[in-house]
Design a protein around this ligand. Structure first.
Ligand code: GLN
Length: 487
């Protein structure tokens, strides 16, 4: 075999395991060795679960020996630390959950385990998924494997960086406003946010419940398709989960785009977009035409401009409510010095939450307060509906929309931490997709100054199959997928 084990793809590894050309323990050990080697520089994991991984790998080998199936049997994965894992510390990147060991598994983790995946550890992230660089992690920032002085994006920075660095073959993250697609773009891999309702949020530590969605990261579209098939599906424990069959996404992949109507919404080529990003994205659009797609450059989503403002009212409003549960009483960090209940609660939250989380709680509490509710929250809901309608109109003339994922490549660590607005702008191209609840994927489409550029493909609700088909055809034609930095 030409490549080291830790650089195998998901489907590829699964086939080698099936043929017994490699066993799951060897593969897990190889990935864990890689973690030891590069983790001091990359820091993708808050917790590495080495013993558990070896134990799960041994179970996978036993399963393989009995010739039992499993779409991921023996495949080492990283799980964002926002998904509950029974018996394994789950922090959501926050001090307030520093010692929290969940008593139950998130649905997604249970699905991964049911199909035989092996967990390497819990991926680093911005605190409560609030951020675009992983610098808001209460523990440490993760570094971009392409340039260790740059951010990997966020909030699922650990989930993205771990794969590119060879510390996992695939991963799962969560995306509320771009937290899967943007780090996928900045780290040069595939990241998919499914339709709202496609994947259960049970056991996902809530940030903004009407926007949060769990999805996969992988080096290739086929591998992401495999991961999505595993985690998608109805779960009665999440009331927003939709009962629709899960297609075999891999079976839908193909090389050409004949007859596909592809829209290029002009509002997505925003001011401040880097020329290298624009070039790489437009090259991919040109390629789509060659592959047979009918490219429509007249598509317009006029309210795109308002999406960021809507998001920064709705997401903090929901967060302020969701985060009210961290009061130091039932679980998590608790400040106790013999004061009154109120004093201790104040100290617990004051010490347990970081600055960005406090900023969001204040923004949300303000937007929801009597006297301001109509002007902010209600207004934002109305604009949300309008944004959704504009997408619906666009999808009457197009099958998919393509756009940049992020207006810039990975930025230097520290360059945006003191400027929340600059940080928020990282997600201008991804946030509208969450507001409308649509599926979107980011795939590598080129490089600018040696750093990866991502292309975003957005689809109709529950049409992940078409989104993945387009992503796959472009991945084959562009030939930039699967590249890794020397570390
Ligand atoms: N960067 C955005 C925020 O800070 C989106 C984060 C996310 O998708 N979780 O809220």
């Amino acid at each position: 075999m030409s490549r080291p084990l830790h650089e195998l793809g998901v489907v590829e590894a699964r086939e080698l395991l099936q043929r017994r050309e490699v066993n799951a323990r060897e593969l897990a050990a190889a990935v864990l060795r890689r973690v030891e080697e590069v983790e001091p520089r990359v820091r993708a994991y808050i917790t590495v679960t080495a013993d558990l991984a070896l134990q799960q790998a041994a179970e996978a080998d036993a399963r393989l020996a009995r010739a039992e199936g499993g779409l991921l049997t023996g495949v080492p994965v990283c799980v964002k630390d926002v998904l509950c894992t029974a018996g394994v510390r789950t922090t959501a990147g926050s001090r307030i959950l520093e010692g929290f060991v969940p008593p139950y598994d998130a649905h997604v983790y249970r699905r991964l385990r049911a199909e035989g995946a092996v967990m390497v550890g819990k991926g680093n992230m911005d605190e409560f998924a609030m951020g675009s660089s992983t610098e808001n992690s209460a523990y440490f920032p993760t570094r971009n494997p392409w340039d260790l002085d740059r951010v990997p994006g966020g909030s699922s920075g650990g989930s993205a960086a771990s794969i590119v660095a060879g510390e996992a073959l695939a991963s799962v993250g969560s995306d509320t406003g771009g937290s899967i697609r943007q780090p996928a773009s900045l780290c040069g891999l595939v990241g998919l946010k499914p339709t709202y309702g496609r994947v259960s949020r049970f056991g996902l530590i809530a940030f903004a419940s009407s926007l949060d969605q769990v999805g996969p990261f992988a080096m290739t579209v086929r591998d992401a398709a495999r991961m999505l098939r595993v985690i998608a599906g109805y779960d009665p424990r999440d009331s927003t989960s939709i009962d629709r069959p899960v297609p075999d996404y891999e079976a839908a992949l193909g090389d050409d785009l004949r007859g596909l109507r592809m829209g290029v919404p002009r509002e997505y080529f925003v001011e401040g977009m880097e020329p290298g990003v624009r070039e790489a994205v437009l090259r991919a659009v040109g390629m789509s035409g060659e592959l047979g797609a009918v490219v429509d450059r007249e598509v317009s989503l006029p309210s795109t401009d308002h999406a960021l403002a809507v998001y920064y009212i709705l997401a903090p409003s929901e967060a302020s409510s969701n985060l009210a549960r961290y009061d130091g009483v039932k679980y998590g960090y608790s400040f106790q010095a013999g004061g009154s209940m109120w004093e201790e609660m104040e100290q617990t939250r004051g010490r347990g939450f970081g600055d960005e989380v406090k900023r969001r709680i204040m923004l949300g509490t303000y937007a929801l307060s009597a006297g301001y509710y109509d002007a902010y929250y209600l207004k934002a809901q109305k604009v949300r509906t309008r944004i959704r309608h504009e997408f619906e109109a666009a999808f009457e003339r197009c099958d998919v929309l393509v756009a940049p994922t992020s207006p810039t490549v990975a930025f230097p660590i520290g360059s945006r931490v003191d400027d929340p607005l600059a940080m928020y702008l990282s997600d201008v191209c991804t946030i509208p997709v969450n507001i409308a609840g649509l599926p979107g994927v980011s795939i590598p489409c080129g490089f600018s100054d040696g750093l990866p550029v991502g292309l975003q493909v957005i689809g109709r609700p529950f049409d992940e199959a078409t989104v993945l088909r387009v992503a796959y055809a472009l991945e084959q034609a562009l030939g930039v997928a699967g590249r890794r930095p020397a570390l």
